[in-house]
Design a protein around this ligand. Sequence first.
Ligand code: HDD
Length: 715
Amino acid sequence: MSEQLKKATHIDVDEKSKLKDLEEFREYPEGQFLTTDQGVRVSETDMSLKAGERGPTLLEDFHFREKLTHFDHERIPERIVHARGTGAHGYFECYESMAEYTMASFLQEAGKKTPVFVRFSTVVGFRGSADTVRDARGFATKFYTEDGNYDLVGNNIPVFFIQDAIKFPDLVHSIKPEPDDEMPQASAAHDTFWDFVASHPENAHMIMWVLSDRGIPRSYRMMQGFGVNTFRFVNKQGKGRFVKFHWIPKLGVHSLVWDEAQKIAGKDPDYHRRDLYEAIEEGHYPEYELGVQIIEEEDEHKFDFDLLDATKIVPEEQVPLKIIGKLTLTSKPDNFFAEVEQVAFCPANVVPGIDFTNDPLLQGRLFSYLDTQLIRLGGPNFHEIPINRPLAPYHNNQRDGYHRMTINKGKSAYFPNTVGNGDPRPASREEHGYVHYTEKVEGKKIRARSDSFKDFFSQATLFWNSMTEPEKEHIVKAFHFEVGKVKSLEIRQRIADMFANVDPELGRMIAEGVSVKVPEAKAPQKKSRLDKSPALSQANKVPDTIESRKVAILAANGVNASHVEQLLKLLKEKGASAKVVSMTQGTLRGSGGGEVMVDKSYETTASVLFDAVFVPGGRESVEALKSQGSAVHFINEAFRHCKPIAATGEGVELLKASSIKGVKLSGEGEKGLVSDRGVVTAAETGDFGQFFEAFRKAIAQHRHWDREKKEMVPA
Ligand code: HDD
């Protein structure tokens, strides 16, 4: 390689490179004069230039015209899907060299760090819709690698609704608000969507996932991500292998409950966005490991499904995950529009070592993303927008177009050329030129679907069979909500009939909940080779950590300040935090002296915004709480949502005064520590450390579904 070429191709990328690259574009207003866009200092910005104090505004007021014109043009089209989202910067660290499988530069050495930008999103809602709606979540990652940008544009669900991209506009038109009245917002619970589902049995598997707890994640930091489509790894020798990508959150996979999700949508529509940014600000950097399932080409046809069918998973029990690195999100964007709104992902953005397969959903995606950016970002130069610019240098003969920033030097804009010395010139594979995988393809031009794509139910059944009882119950309730909102009884019937193919019992339960006829039991059309895949159940993915969980402490004047203090200290040691919630904001008097600062009043928060609740002792405080409807409701609601609840000393009496039932409380015979299905109480506290450990375990468990069976408490 010539010295000149080496210089042209070699860049050093580290985890901070992209943030440094963006610095060139940051604007700092501190200590600056207000100017026009032309850099002219403005002397007056509150009054337009007029002909006389009461006269008309003059056209020559260039500052007024510029200010208004820019404002009038501030909006750009929102994304057709995934409009509502949030993003963060971070880096990816490779654990071990993957050179045997891929030449992707960011996977070549252990310890190699590559900067990334990640955007999380809901799919259906408009840009201003609520975060906690039932939906799939987008998980899109842009790796700024030495060899160019690589985009892994995934979701938190490993399969998709449809098998062929030509159906995407139909799918999206059916799930978006109905065209006559633009209702409902950010919801699939309406006739057109379920009409679409009933006509497309290939939806069955994805619907099972969306209606499971996966459709209402607790946090973007507590959900998995999946590349969904099957991709290809290609190594230096040109050998290809199929690959499936998985992101696995270090905090485990956790969800909300549906009643809670709906309430949060009103109390804090920015819940997931806030959660992500607060966690980053507090130093709880979200972490996800990257797992891959690698499949030899010779094994392509060894499965009981087609690897090219995006409605299928490759069960981890059949092809285990290999964990190859970790993503850490370390900083918020500086400007939401410039970074999160303008970032443009595209599954066709690949780097040498990563290639496509003939998955017909993926093939269509390769076209659609670039196409949509042309209208959304207003022209072909959106790759020059700072957040989209690769760190790898780019040189080509593409020219001009709206908002061109690059000043291309030289006379030639064509290839081959002699006037420009032949540059820029194509690179060989050794020089990191992208060489498409040489796959043999033959066939007739035909609009058809392979028979291997026609098994619609076996993996939906596998998913259903892999759920725990509470998870199954949540799915059935979600069907009752979604399909129960469908006005057409005929569509409801078609859905019950369709899902009887997944499991006759499921079909029966759906039918009974939405007042249609119980479908006749049918023999399964095709069975999956596995009866169960334990990897599919969230219940099997609960790590023992309470990092970044939020606890509410209910208190009033006369609270046992020492219990509050001890809890705060111990939570902090475990990376969790708490907020004191009371009738009004201000300072509370402690029972034995001392003061407790109130963080939130019942007006400014709610139990749905916390992971757990603690009621400290203090006779006067607890008597006051018992008479406050908001405090009792707080406990009832947290109990109904199966959250951990703890109380010490007199605090236990608030629990007794609430509507919670079916759990054993301290003081009923036993005055010491009692821990029963997530309710941890100690009427006589004794060892606070021991009490805390029981509470900590209950929080790590996240939700205590075994309480759900009990008759619902009013909340
Ligand atoms: Fe898509 C956005 C994920 C199928 C067409 N998609 C978009 C985003 C994510 C996904 C995460 C948001 C990116 C961002 O944050 O800016 N999409 C998926 C997954 C799919 C999928 C995991 C199934 C494997 N998508 C899919 C198909 C088509 C599209 C089949 C069209 C043929 N997707 C788009 C789009 C969007 C988009 C219209 C809207 C905004 C954008 O691209 O930039 O082009």
